[in-house]
Design a binder for this molecule. Structure first.
Ligand code: ADP
Ligand code: MG
Length: 249
């Protein structure tokens, strides 16, 4: 079968993205296959969030194109779920109505909401209001909401940066389990190299000014992974060495 019969899940070509006179992204291409987990790491300000916003169709002011399942992306798509650093829940809606928000008022009664809440460890919390949730619980709700439209791809921008270390590890495990259960791919921005190496099939290292993909690191280890795996430690050393080289420039 030729490749054109099976377009990649996501294909991004950004020729250029400018903020006023400054080029923020320059000739950046990436592809993600179905079910693949890819992390984006790189120096602060290199354009990771800008790239994610382009893929989410939240930013259309760029030169280039994004294809999802071979179709040009022309606006926010139900094939793509987005999870930000802050849960961004609507405080006046119950947990269930936040998860089912996309289905409109009463979306919380959709049977998929209760199932998603059970999957993220929040069974029975349908009627809880966001103010009663811990940061980790709120982010679980955001993950359930991101999955509600049954997307093929989840976009996550530093999703676990605001929670404590133990919660962070639990949420990482949760992300892996829901991604596997739903066959969902993920593009994850993180500044945590260990997180990137623990979760991803590939880690893309971005360079700054202008933002571009510098190198790709394949993490050819089965999941679930051992966080102390020497293969991960070796990749981490390679990534750090390359990041140090950026700073020496
Ligand atoms: N709305 C904006 N207007 C002008 N410059 C911006 C805007 N958003 C981001 N930038 C700049 O674009 C660059 C990339 O930002 P960003 O994508 O947020 O980086 P990262 O997520 O990698 O830290 C930074 O230099 C940032 O200051
Ligand atoms: Mg960012």
């Amino acid at each position: 079968m030729s490749e054109s019969d099976h377009p990649p899940l996501l294909e991004v070509h950004v020729e250029a993205k400018h903020y006023t006179a400054r080029t923020v992204l320059d000739h950046l291409s990436l592809r993600i296959g179905h079910g693949e987990i890819v992390s984006l790491v790189g120096p602060s300000g290199c354009g990771k969030s800008t790239l994610l916003r382009i893929v989410a169709a939240l930013d259309r002011q760029y030169h280039g194109e994004v294809h999802v399942n071979g179709t040009p992306l022309n606006g926010p798509s139900s094939q793509i779920g987005v999870i930000f650093q802050e849960p961004r829940l609507l405080p006046w809606l119950t947990v269930a109505d936040n998860v089912g928000f996309e289905a409109g008022s009463g979306g919380g009664r959709d049977p998929r909401v209760a199932q998603l809440l059970a999957e993220v460890g929040l069974a029975g919390q349908e009627h809880t209001l966001p103010k009663a949730l811990s940061g980790g619980m709120a982010q679980r709700v955001a993950i359930a909401r991101g999955l509600f439209s049954q997307p093929d791809l989840l976009l996550l921008d530093e999703p676990f940066s605001a929670v404590d270390a133990m919660t962070r590890m639990r949420l990482q495990a949760l992300l892996l389990s829901v991604a596997r259960a739903h066959g969902t791919a993920a593009l994850l921005v993180t500044h945590d190299l260990d997180e990137a190496l623990y979760l991803s099939d590939r880690v893309l290292l971005m360079a700054a000014a202008p933002g571009r993909i510098d190198r790709e690191y394949r993490v050819a280890r089965p999941r679930p992974r051992d966080r102390r795996d020497p293969v991960l430690a070796d990749l981490r050393a390679q990534l750090l060495e390359r990041l140090d080289a950026f700073e020496a420039v």
